[in-house]
Design a protein around this ligand. Structure first.
Ligand SMILES: [Zn+2]
Length: 411
């Protein structure tokens, strides 16, 4: 008997890239009809689930729902409105609604919402099940790229950067700002980089600094520290601008032309902010992970709110920190490196990095402080990062001696 051939399974993970799309006016019409069909199917599945729950019976199986709502209904006269959409997109809508409803009913998730007409929607496509390796069809590159949408044809898109891997799924959607986007989910292979033997700890900053980083080489004891500037965003000013636009919109008649215009302006401003944050976070993640194998971060908890210096900047600021953390995790995963969160009760900002004495609460404006027990003058953020590093509890982490602690955390 010959042994089964072993197939090397590459360790893959998913990453998505988003591109601006420019469907023609005629294509927009078709896309909206296709999305309306997906929305109808989504709502139909919810309705079936809600009714089953009322009657105390189990809902039909996913495959039965797919057959009834997609295969059978589309062939009938009263399912005519479903025909513009591809069956793959409709099946995806069935599975999405079915999963949401099951989460709600069996695992205590939130009750799923109806999808309303008149709101921008989205549609998902998988590559054909018959040719799973064929992937998503893209022709051309850069500004002249075109992406194949089933039952529609080629849609113009701006591929401002390369796909991160082999495309496996595609979503097209229209946002609140009236712009169209294509998101391509790709299989990405993990690149296991050579170990550097270094560990870093990061204190995420508020304000002009995105991250304060301290690192140590676990073999040689070599160490260092540096900081990374944040995207230049005036959070308080941005939040005020957003509030102003929202207030002006509140004075308009809902669904009026002016109301829509202001909604679009609001959406664009939010999107541009998010982009700037993501870009800064990506650069930060790359810079930190180039040198180390493992990064220790704090648990965010309330830090964003505390450090924001008032409720106005707080919401945007914590969004910035969340983006930084998310990007750090994503880049690490792709490169086979680790990000670990410190214990949530470790008050890294309030412990002396040299002797572990707990400090009294201090205002944010205090960038340095002096420990009451050992008399060390500490940098607030490098000190916090050093404490994180020391208490990371990682195997193979050598004790950090006092001289190193002083060098990393001193003011
Ligand atoms: Zn001390």
């Amino acid at each position: 008997m010959t042994p089964e051939p072993t197939v090397e399974q590459p360790s893959a993970l998913h990453r998505s890239a988003r591109y601006r799309a420019h469907p023609s006016p005629a294509q927009r019409q078709v896309l909206r009809r296709q999305m309306a069909a997906c929305r109808w199917v989504f709502n139909a599945v919810l309705e079936i689930h809600f009714r089953a729950q009322q009657r105390g019976v189990d809902p039909p199986e996913t495959r039965t729902l797919e057959r009834r709502l997609v295969t059978e209904l589309r062939g009938r006269r009263r399912g005519r409105h479903l025909r513009p959409a591809s069956s793959a997109a409709l099946r995806f809508a069935v599975r999405e609604a079915d999963a949401a409803a099951r989460r709600w009913r069996y695992t205590g998730g939130d009750r799923p919402h109806w999808r309303r007409a008149g709101t921008p929607g989205s549609m998902h496509y998988y590559p054909s099940a018959v040719h799973p390796t064929a992937g998503v069809v893209i022709r051309g590159e850069g500004r002249r790229a075109r992406v194949q949408i089933p039952r529609l044809g080629l849609v113009r898109a701006h591929l401002h950067r390369d796909l991160p891997g082999r495309p496996v799924r595609l979503t097209i959607r229209e946002d609140d700002g009236g712009r169209w986007w294509i998101a391509v989910v790709c299989d990405v292979e993990v690149q296991h980089e050579e170990a550097t033997g270094r560990i870093a700890a990061v204190d995420l900053g508020a304000g002009r600094t995105l991250a304060w980083v301290v690192w140590i080489d676990t073999a040689t004891g070599e160490h260092g520290r540096y900081s990374i500037p944040a995207a230049e965003i005036d959070h308080r000013h941005e939040q005020q601008r957003l509030n102003e636009i929202a207030a002006r919109r509140a004075r308009c008649v809902p669904a009026s032309r002016r109301h829509t215009q202001l909604s679009q302006r609001l959406a664009r401003r939010r999107a541009s902010l998010a982009n700037r944050r993501r870009e800064a976070a990506r650069l930060m993640a790359k810079r930190i992970l180039d040198d180390v194998d493992l990064v220790v971060v704090e648990t965010l908890a309330l830090k964003g709110l505390i450090d924001a210096g008032g409720p106005d900047g707080a919401r945007l600021l914590s969004a910035g920190m969340a983006a930084a953390l998310a990007e750090l995790r994503a880049v690490a995963e792709r490169r086979g490196k680790k990000v670990v969160a410190a214990h949530r009760y470790l008050a890294s900002t309030h412990l002396c990095a040299v002797c572990d004495r707990r400090a009294d609460p201090m205002p944010l404006s205090m960038r340095t402080w002096t420990c009451g027990r050992c008399g060390t003058r500490l940098h607030r953020d490098y000190g916090a990062a050093t404490t994180l590093l020391r208490h990371s509890g990682r195997a193979g982490m050598p004790p950090v001696d006092v001289r190193t602690r002083l060098a990393l955390a001193g003011a």
